[in-house]
Design a protein around this ligand. Sequence first.
Ligand code: HEM
Length: 441
Amino acid sequence: MPSTDDPHRHANARATLPRARGFDNTLSLLAEGYGFMTRRHAALGSDAFFTRLLLRRALCVRGEDAARMFWQPGRFTRRRALPPTTLKLLQDVGSVATLDGDMHRQRKAMFMGLFGPLERQRLVALAEAQWRARFTHWPDRMSVNVHREAEEVLCRAVCEWIGIPPLADAEASRRTRELAAMIAAAGSAGPRAWRALLVRNRTEHWARALVDAVRAGRIRPPAHSPLCVIAGHRDADGMLLNRRHAAVELLNLLRPTVAVARYIAFAVLALHAHPQARARIAAGDDAYTAMFTQEVRRYYPFFPAVAGRALHDFDWRGMRIDKGTWVLMDIHGTNHDPALWGDPQVFRPERFERREGSGFDLVAQGGGDHYAGHRCPGESATVDLVASTLKLFAGEIAYEVPPQDLSVSLRRMPTLPASGMVIERVRVRQGSAPSVAFRGR
Ligand code: HEM
């Protein structure tokens, strides 16, 4: 859909936007991590600048206006917008993220249908049961690494939620390690990424076998379980997903749910850094817990940016953006944009108190419309999982935080508290919910 605007009325973006110094900035991006764009936005005094990354011209943008431009449905494709290893580790060819137009809409509707309120509640209940079962063992342990435990909890919970037949302990741990490796290596190149790709092949093999087993009637997950829905999904062309793409979409539920463990580690870190919040969360102040969770997603870094290629020419701020332009939408920079957030470097849940979100300001999981665009379908589930874990940690256990390296490197992508967030001397609080083994189906 080419723009109908008169091309002579508009400046070409290349002619008018500043350009970052250096012929190619790939090494600077790897060295500077999340701060790469922020630094240049500040130095150039502009929310948009051109640079070259991987020898390719890139337009880097941040802020609400840029988010509205970027997340307008149908404007950008994610195809050939990410380095191949990152794409393969995070989404993969044939996944919903790589689709456009009607194919995307129909596949996305399937994803959104999996995340209704009742389905989210079921996922949260499964995760809570996993946490409580673990809490009873923690008093006997010298220390507990919250990030690692959260990965296991979430992997087991999401496998059960999806409808995967119960996994033995060893297999659940193996799957957790595989999914965690894909997330940890998504921002890397070289041997670390290659190892994670090998791991991914194994996990995909397992996921394909699950799809085959459902289609052949060898396993019968509940009718509305995600496994059943994906195995039986027909695309906009009326065709069943091929087994490879069905497996990719199963991984698209498994891997990012395990990735929520990073937000949980950050949330427990934030609880430690802001001890006054604990009593409010423990007392069941859900409005405050919700604000605290939003601030965790705003403040702590996860996805540095989302990349897209313009599907057609269009105008933005009176400039022409050409079809094919590679745009990097700065997520971390937008979540810390001083034009949107007062004292962006301060962790302050109360900032959400009377804030009407525009859908293009807090963009940790994308912006705009979930159905029509590429915004993350797991966003509400992420919020629910983090909020429920905060309540458990504030209300159901007491613990100490030993000396450790809690720094969060902005160079490592994706990042974490350096220690993973270790707690010790855990006690289960009297009167907290019983720790029953829970099978949700
Ligand atoms: C750890 C928390 C999460 C973060 C930070 C996150 C972040 C994102 C981001 C930035 C996007 C890309 C938006 C775009 O391309 O414009 C995305 C898309 C996606 N996310 Fe998440 N996500 C998280 C959790 C989840 C969960 C829990 C699920 C599912 C269980 C999920 C499934 C997906 C899928 C399938 C897409 C592609 C959607 C599309 O292209 O239409 N994510 N996510």
